[in-house]
Design a protein around this ligand. Sequence first.
Ligand code: PLP
Length: 379
Amino acid sequence: MKSESLHISQVPFVDLKAQFASIEDQVMPAITGTLQKCDFVMGQNVEKFEEEFAAYCNTKYGIGCDSGTSALELVLRAYDIGVGDEVITVANTFIATTLAIEFTGATPVLVDIDPQTYMIDISKIEAVITSRTKAIMPVHLYGHPTDMDPIMDIANEHGLIVIEDASQAHGALYKGQRVGSIGHAAALSLYPGKNLGAYGDAGIIVTDDEAISDKLKLLRNYGSTKKYHHEMLGYNRRLDTLQASILRVKLEHLDEWSAARRRNAERYNQLLADTDLILPIEAEHSEPVYHLYVVRTDRRDELQAHLQERGIATVIHYPIPLHLQKAHQSLGYKQGDFPLTEEYAEQILSLPMYPELSDEQAAYVAEAIYEFMPAKVIA
Ligand SMILES: *Cc1c(COP(=O)(O)O)cnc(C)c1O
């Protein structure tokens, strides 16, 4: 193992430069094309990308916008969710999920995580449903699909909307269905570091609901579909044509990149099988796309420092659970409210993960981990 990785001294957490180099000859003409056409706002590539991405997700409509956070907020607003309403989501996610709920005036109601999936503990959802509950927002975290069937059953029984936050799971499959096509609607971030990422901020909503799609088109564009005719108080939250033209090129590569992420996860699973680390588990129903490869250990901080010394970049997703964030103080949660989320926040570590990660780099990461925690001895 040592000899093959001798020349590696650094592994970044993600490598967007390597990805750009691999598609430069396709991306540059797309950018130049938009610059020559100068159709920067609501140009043809926006509609084309929306159609192509919706088709990719197996949904009827795609509505591009300026970020994942916008996508989440706009779709909540499209369902008339606002002041006085409650939206159920999970304590372990990126804060954009709960910020978007708060921006509408609604209240995020948090649920602890499942010990296996690190996602919403579905058995705890019904206990927090009240007469104010309007929606459930499951998050397909780290690229793993949430178990959607029981969530849809609960939602149907209580008349709730389900909005998937699929920002980390573009293209992941749940029982053969694309995430984003299972709930009433889904919001996805297209931030540069996401599995499908623009070269700046971007986001998209997908849905089969024509009325919601029509409303979203108004909400993102000054409440207008015809210039200077305004039907409602809408925002300026559009997807740039330049980004759409780049995203169309990148969408062509998404499946091959997802396959590479899955292969890299498989490689880590094999290499790290003899460590004491708790490795990610794939649910039977799922084909995850490994936005992140998250391991767990009681000696997380020491391991992270050790890997840092070896030039290996790691990140914690996420170090402070949402209910303990200062920004969410007004929700009134306290330490101890979501014990598993709190416990895992001290143990989780995301290893370098991106499609271009080589076998040698993965081997170098594994080697550094074995330096820190010698292989389990089997007597
Ligand atoms: C990235 C992300 C978002 C927010 O997306 P932006 O494009 O950064 O606004 C929302 N939810 C989750 C789960 C994310 O990972």
